[in-house]
Design a protein around this ligand. Structure first.
Ligand code: 5AD
Ligand code: SF4
Length: 472
């Protein structure tokens, strides 16, 4: 048994880890043929991509996927720790699964993802959920086949969570959710330790994948006909710093942009690591999409300091305007937290005024959520919840008004759209995303395929989507 430990997780490992190739244990291949698994994924794109690995590992064992957990022989929750409500959702699901397990004691239940890395969660599982068959951490996800097999063979709860990162494992099999757009991890973990954030504890130190491994994966995706890749990391802008003297995200983007791939995206970018070179590269290549997710978190320099964000309001605005200046037609989205401990009405008004200046194209807004073990958890928090909720509402009204305003400016323009599917609402209606990552519903009178990139004239705008018609 390996239990998670925050003291250990806090220690950075820098470069003392190895890169090793994944290999399957052949004697368990197909061992559970015909059994069904139900996989529920919570949280970010990193988790979504991990679930693509989980699916492939389970299929190797012989499992097949079901969308109905009542039909499943294995229920696996790939969890998220970022805010309390993510926790609540996973525990709510466990409650429903407990009911099912009461009826079918042979049902297997597993927990993986970020919550598995939290000592308090694992303590709770040990104490109150003895019927959960296994808990598997983010650093050793690749061990899923063996741990699942052991839980079945030994009929004993398995808790296998490494607090330290261990090796960086290349070549974990994957079954991708899409045939035209793909996630590619470029860096794991985060070293920023923003004071509210649990990610550096659950995902470990920044560890970049070797550029050769990334470029090889991209080549394979191109060969398989993929049209869009999204480079993933908790902070992609730190790419390469732990590995190379002189090779960063700008270099990687440039090397990928020279390949025959129509669309490249990347997320998420911490403003601290955004260099002029990266901005220049994003502006230079037409296959790097003009879409940047640049979380600001707060418009108040005082709160940014308490958050440990390493930039001021002025630094952020300077970077924002620099990106807007250099990257033609760029859309910038953001994340904002309201109600951070110590946030006064004046601080909040500074956030509103920053939003008014930046007029973001999209924004994810949250009320601060205390995460056990993070420094912000210990700060005095004197703002009542009702006031935080009211701030969130006021903020949402302002951000939403800019989404609509920006979308209205696109009416009559022609934009490239990657077709993602047929709309369920109407015949000849399709949907897809523009280069700037806006959802477009459009009509087209001739046959087009998912994965095609077509030109669409925008006819009308809503807050969260646009309507249009394909132009031949
Ligand atoms: N409370 C509220 N929001 C948070 N985020 C991260 N940690 C917390 C927290 N403790 C938000 C940040 C981050 C996004 C992924 O989630 O805005 O950018
Ligand atoms: Fe969390 Fe900050 Fe790292 Fe983002 S940059 S994952 S908010 S610690």
């Amino acid at each position: 048994m390996h239990l998670p430990n925050y003291q250990e997780a806090r220690k950075r490992v820098a470069k003392d880890y190895q890169r090793v190739a994944f290999s399957f244990d052949r004697h368990i291949q197909g061992k559970y043929k015909g059994k069904k698994f139900y996989l529920k994924t919570y949280g970010c794109q990193m988790n979504e991509h991990d679930s693509e690995n989980i699916e492939a590992l389970l299929v190797y064992l012989g499992f097949i996927k079901t969308a109905d957990y009542h039909q499943a022989d294995l229920v696996l929750l790939n969890t998220c720790s970022i805010r309390e409500n993510a926790h609540n959702k996973a525990f709510g699901m466990l409650g429903r699964v407990k009911h099912l397990k009461g009826q079918r004691p042979d049902l297997l239940v597993g927990i993986c993802g970020c919550m598995a890395q939290e000592a308090s969660v694992v303590d709770k599982i040990l104490a109150d959920y003895p019927w959960v068959n296994f808990v598997l951490g983010t650093h050793n996800l690749y061990q899923l086949p063996n741990i699942l097999d052991k839980a079945i063979e030994e009929e004993k709860q398995q808790i296998e969570v490494f607090s330290k990162e261990g090796d960086l494992v290349e070549g974990i099999p994957v079954i991708r959710a899409n045939s035209f757009k793909a996630y590619v991890n470029i860096i794991y973990g985060c070293n920023k330790f923003c004071t509210y954030c649990i990610v550096p504890y659950t995902r470990g130190s920044e560890r970049s994948r070797r550029k050769e491994d990334i470029l090889k994966e991209v080549d394979e995706l191109i060969q398989d006909g993929y049209k869009e890749i999204t480079l993933l990391g908790q902070n992609v802008n730190a790419y390469g710093k732990d590995l190379y003297e002189d090779y960063t995200l700008g270099n990687l983007l440039e090397d990928i942009a020279k390949k025959d791939i129509p669309r490249i995206r990347f997320m998420t970018s911490h403003p601290w690591d955004f260099t002029d070179h990266m901005i220049e590269v994003i502006g230079k290549y037409s296959n790097i999409m003009p879409s940047v997710h640049l979380p600001v978190q707060s418009g108040s320099s005082k709160i940014l300091r308490l958050m440990g964000r390493r930039y001021t309001r002025e630094d952020y605005l300077k970077l924002f305007h620099q990106i807007k200046k250099v990257v033609p037609n760029v859309c910038i989205s953001t994340d904002i937290i309201v109600g951070f401990p110590g946030e006064t009405e004046e601080d909040f008004l500074e956030t509103l005024s920053l939003v008014e200046e930046c007029k973001f194209d999209n924004a994810f807004t949250f009320i601060f959520s205390k995460r056990e073990g993070t420094p912000a958890c210990k700060l005095d928090d004197f703002v009542p919840l009702a006031e935080k909720e009211e701030r969130l509402q006021r903020l949402n009204q302002v951000v939403n008004s800019y989404f609509l305003q920006n979308n209205l400016a696109l009416v009559d323009q022609v934009v490239p759209v990657l077709v993602e599917g047929l709309s369920e609402k109407k015949e000849n209606m399709y949907f897809g995303y523009s280069d700037t990552n806006k959802l477009i519903n459009f009509t087209c009178n001739h046959k087009i395929m998912v994965g095609d990139i077509v030109l669409v004239r925008i006819t009308s705008a809503k807050t969260w989507s646009l309507d249009g018609e394909e132009v031949e």
